[in-house]
Ligand binder design. Structure first.
Ligand SMILES: Nc1ncnc2c1ncn2[C@@H]1O[C@H](COP(=O)(O)OP(=O)(O)OP(=O)(O)O)[C@@H](O)[C@H]1O
Ligand SMILES: [Mg+2]
Ligand SMILES: [Zn+2]
Length: 467
């Protein structure tokens, strides 16, 4: 049997086979149909999302014997040669290994000769941002007055490094990272064609790890096929990529919030012993916290790359947006440390401890009115248990002094209602503030004059000892 790696075997040959780049496909098709083709294109986007593939399809469309056409025939000499990267008139240059002025000079000379077999001479320059400044300058001259039959297609993962003078002479197309869902669909269809048995959850984790790149997804699938016998499961995926499932992250984050230093460190080290590397765990944390931020910002589920199950788990952590943001901030600030550290294990241990500390620092100060965010979080949580109580609390003011919470209700009625649900309220406060709470409820009038919160508390707790 003739073995070919999946990513090459399944390289799309026609615009309609591309996944997820509809905006690019639509405008390229439009240009081809209208016959208004520029002579220079720039395809920008992350790795493995279809830039080179699209460049070849475009080359086929233009040089096909039936071309220009949005459906190259795939049969004529030009179509077949381009598919095999053998066309003399479609020249692929790797910008990373041909960076210098000499290469571009050679190119400028070669450009003068007309195409041999086709309508256009098409230059596909990959990783064009790697060219040297001199090479860019030489290229610019060519771009200003290209011979009519020449077309340039530049591809880059780093458009910021391409000089503005070049950019402004190209039609630009931005390729996007693919969503987990899009990658799953693509991998599923390949698995069906290859008769690969793979569980949905396994595909989900492959796609998650692919991080937007179809090629990466395909190559993980391929590696799994070679070492798994029978159906590929989620555990096989974890084993291969040292990836820890959502259970791990949810529990780890819970332990962080609960300030369980020992449990956090124990979990981390267990994860590393299970084969995950520290950078892996770091990435997983960032992914989870980002997802949490999206969840707490009420984004619709389709926009969050997680299963409904996982979204429910994140909601149940009642982290809230503020805390999530500050944890993400701590995480991102340590990116360099984790990536460059000679001892990544210690670096991530330190980072997780810092995360615990960051959740502490965000607790409301003692002897203080809670921040607007804390109050909002309390209200949100209470809302899910009792909208009526939430409304009453909304109209009350509150003070937090360590474990003691004083609520100044608007009137006697409100005070009575709140007091009746003291237990529930204490539970909600505990959930949000993450420590035991003792509650006292007064009425605004009786405590309003009391500037000294200590006295107020003493008055309200009626001499009771509050631990
Ligand atoms: N949008 C896509 N739809 C379907 N398959 C894709 C897509 N993007 C990438 N692939 C798969 O990944 C392989 C590599 O894609 P391609 O070479 O076009 O990526 P690229 O964007 O040029 O990446 P790089 O920046 O690393 O060169 C293809 O052969 C194909 O199997
Ligand atoms: Mg490429
Ligand atoms: Zn053809």
């Amino acid at each position: 049997m003739n073995y070919r790696v999946i990513s090459l075997k399944y390289r799309p040959q026609d615009f309609d086979e591309l996944t997820g780049q509809n905006h690019v496909v639509l405008s390229l098709k439009g240009a081809i149909k209208s016959g208004r083709m520029g002579h220079a294109f720039l395809f920008a986007g992350p790795r493995g999302v279809g830039k080179t593939t699209t460049a070849r399809i475009l080359a086929k469309s233009l040089n096909c014997i039936e071309g220009p056409t949005v459906h190259p025939c795939q049969k004529c000499q030009s179509c077949r040669e381009i598919a095999l990267s053998r066309s003399i008139d479609v020249i692929e240059i790797d910008g990373a290994s041909n960076r210098g002025i000499d290469e571009i000079r050679n190119l400028r000379e070669a450009i003068q000769y007309s195409p041999l077999h086709s309508k256009h001479k098409i230059y596909i320059i990959d990783e064009v941002h790697m060219l040297t400044t001199e090479a860019f300058n030489a290229l610019l001259k060519t771009l200003e007055e290209p011979p009519p039959s020449v077309i340039f297609i530049f591809a880059t993962t780093n458009p910021v490094k391409v000089p503005q003078t070049i950019l402004s002479r190209c039609e630009r197309f931005i390729f996007k990272r693919l969503s987990v869902r899009e990658i799953c669909v693509r991998l599923r269809s390949i698995a069906e064609k290859e008769k690969i048995e793979v569980a949905d959850r396994a595909l989900h984790y492959i796609a998650l790890r692919a991080d937007g790149s179809v090629r990466d997804g395909e190559s993980i699938l391929e590696q799994l096929v070679s070492f798994v016998e029978g159906k590929i499961t989620e555990d096989d995926v974890f084993k291969l990529i040292g990836f820890l499932g959502s259970e791990f992250y949810v529990e780890l984050i819970r332990n962080i919030i609960d300030k369980k230093y020992a449990d956090v460190l124990r979990m981390l080290n267990r994860g590393i012993e299970d084969g995950a590397n520290p950078l892996e765990i770091y990435r997983g944390m960032v992914d989870y916290m980002r997802a949490a931020l999206l969840v707490y910002s009420n984004l619709p589920a389709e926009l969050i790359d997680l299963s409904d199950d996982e979204i429910a788990k994140i909601k149940s952590m009642t982290l809230g947006r503020e805390k999530t943001m500050s944890m993400l901030e701590v995480l991102l600030n340590s990116e360099d440390l984790i990536k460059r550290s000679m001892n990544a294990r210690v670096a991530i241990e330190l980072l997780l401890c810092q995360l615990i500390r960051s959740t502490e620092a965000k607790l409301p100060q003692t002897n203080n009115t809670p921040t607007a965010d804390t109050k909002q979080e309390i209200l949100n949580t209470l809302q899910t248990h009792s909208p009526k109580l939430a409304a009453l609390l909304h109209h009350s003011s509150m003070k937090i002094d360590g474990k003691k919470i004083v609520i100044n209700a608007e009137n006697d009625f409100a005070q009575k209602q709140l007091l009746q649900s003291k237990e529930l309220l204490e539970r909600v406060f505990k959930e949000v503030l993450r420590h035991e709470c003792r509650l006292a409820v007064g009425v605004v009038d009786s405590v309003k004059q009391e500037n000294n919160i200590e006295d107020t508390i003493r008055a309200l707790f009626d001499g009771e000892e509050v631990r």
